[in-house]
Write a protein that binds this ligand. Structure first.
Ligand code: CS2
Length: 496
């Protein structure tokens, strides 16, 4: 058994000593061509890996400058102590595959490294600014799709445009510098978050922010900046010590910041870039004209059922996704939900087989090596539920079709907000609206009708017309009653 802390730290000088299966050959250290906002596990196991492989396949200076927006100097320092190197641990049913990634060249922490970040963003070598900042990072007004002017962080950035902290504030300040700089060329802004029409959504937020202070800049952005939409997919849990140990055995160096993930990965990108881009298509990414069908299929089939599993599991006491899907009634519920309620809302290209997609998802969920915690997926429900579940319900209602299981998912979220499982175990609610949601849920004292009436007033999640719709209220009320009377496990069994 290796003692991780006694090993030398993974640094670039160590690369020649690593075994060849941990690295692909022919690597030339690239200059930085991409700034990525939100340097979390997901980016490191997804876009960074594709980018590294694209450089190996076709060259190019697409080194990455990763930025943490939460002032996480600990993360910056840990990655920089390894000169940006880290390992990806693909965990499948048949073992783990470790790969050392070299594409990350620099890590900055906002707001501490503001000057360095803006110098990077002004550098003409940087042609892409990509983002994984989660839904809440967009600072979007749920009703209008424009920037949320009542968000204090946005108010701060509008009042202090040279010291921005938010994503719209940073992008607008950087794009202004690009426009006014010597070469006058923009960068492409590439959203990689789980939002519907993520590129268009980001464009609207950025343009509406710019318009508040400088309409000419807003027009320039609208005309010159490309915001392609993307669909990203790979299940990437949080890092645990298990990865540090796996990596220590594989590379015989200490990596304090490895990333676990599943073997599967997918990336569909709209091919509309203002400047150059890595040859991602050479390494499996799909470059398409319109990402919408792929994005909706992924958001509704995968993320929609993920959130359903997460809330039912938090109530019913399943800690991880594989444990939940191993429970036959749960698996049956999720499978039927996809087949009967979600898939019919999707219009896919002829070559896309939704039944095969569903079966592949069930298999991915069952991966016993991943240990994807339900509590992680349950976070930020107020942001995740609209694109994952509400849009699907609206489509079902529009088609005059039932949506019993989708209603159960919403009801499970509402019950989850009480802050305790069916057996009384307490947990924290992590959500940008947490205090309001908790107050509403607690006030209802567990009574289904009161809980529903209280939470349906949350306009960030439920549009007014949907909240008032009798068929929606009836289905939701029924699902809440089931959960209230029988608990999550009983409700799942009742819906077979
Ligand atoms: C998950 C996603 O945490 C969550 O909310 O549903 O992160 C999911 O694992 C990814 O979107 C998979 O691509």
């Amino acid at each position: 058994m290796i003692s991780v802390a006694t090993l030398p730290r993974l640094v670039r000088e160590a690369l020649p000593t690593l075994q060849s299966h941990l690295l692909s050959p022919h690597w030339q250290e690239p200059r930085i061509g991409i700034v990525h906002l939100g340097i979390g596990n997901f980016h490191r196991a997804h876009q960074a890996l594709y980018t590294e492989e694209a450089m190996l396949a076709s060259g190019g200076d697409w080194g990455i400058c990763g930025v943490t927006l939460q002032g996480d100097v600990g993360k910056r320092d840990a990655l920089m102590a390894q000169q940006g190197l880290y390992s990806v641990v693909e965990r499948g049913p048949h073992g783990a595959k470790v790969t050392v990634v070299r594409a990350l060249r620099e890590v900055l922490a906002m707001p501490h490294d503001r000057a360095a970040l803006f110098a990077r963003l002004a550098d003409p070598l940087v042609q892409i600014v990509s983002l994984t900042v989660t839904e809440k990072g967009y600072c979007r007004d749920a009703k209008t799709g424009e920037v949320a002017l009542d968000d204090p962080a946005i108010a701060h950035d509008l009042a202090n445009p040279l010291e921005p902290r938010t994503v719209p504030g940073i992008l607008v300040a950087a794009l202004r510098e690009r426009r006014d700089g010597a070469h006058g060329k923009p960068f492409t802004v590439l959203s990689c978050d789980n939002l519907s029409h993520n590129g268009a959504a980001l464009r609207q937020v950025v343009c509406s922010f710019a318009r508040q202070r400088d309409p000419a800049l807003a027009d320039w952005i609208a005309t010159h900046v490309a915001f392609p939409s993307t669909m990203v997919d790979r299940i990437v849990p949080a890092t645990t010590d298990a990865e540090r140990v796996t990596v220590a055995h594989a590379i015989v160096y200490e990596d304090t910041v490895p990333v676990p993930c599943e073997p599967f990965r997918q990336w569909v990108i709209e091919d509309r870039f203002a400047g150059g881009r890595p040859a991602w298509e050479a390494v499996g990414a799909q470059l398409v004209e319109d990402v919408t069908p792929f994005e909706l299929a992924k958001l509704r089939m995968l993320n929609g059922t993920h959130s359903t599993l997460a809330y039912l599991s938090m109530l019913g006491g399943f800690e991880t996704i594989d444990a939940a899907i191993f429970h036959p009634p749960m698996r049956h519920l999720i499978r039927t939900m996809m087949t009967e309620e979600i898939a019919p809302t999707l219009t896919m290209p002829a070559s896309f087989d939704l039944a095969a997609y569903r079966d592949a998802l069930l298999e991915r969920y069952a991966n016993p090596a991943l240990k994807h915690r339900c509590a992680q997926i349950a976070m930020d429900g107020s942001q995740k539920i609209p694109p994952r579940l509400i849009a699907t319900i609206a489509a079902r209602i529009g088609a005059g079709e039932p949506f019993t299981r989708l209603a159960l998912a919403i009801a499970a979220w509402m019950m989850f907000l009480r802050g305790h499982a069916d057996d009384g175990t307490r947990y924290e609610i992590s959500d940008p609206l947490a205090s309001r949601l908790k107050t509403l849920a607690t006030f209802a004292q567990g009574e289904p009708q009161a809980l529903m009436d209280a939470l349906l007033t949350v306009r960030e999640v439920f549009p007014e017309d949907l909240a008032a719709l009798p068929e929606f209220r009836k289905a939701l009320r029924h699902a809440l009653q089931l959960l209230h009377e029988h608990g999550a496990r009983g409700a799942i069994a009742a819906l077979q």
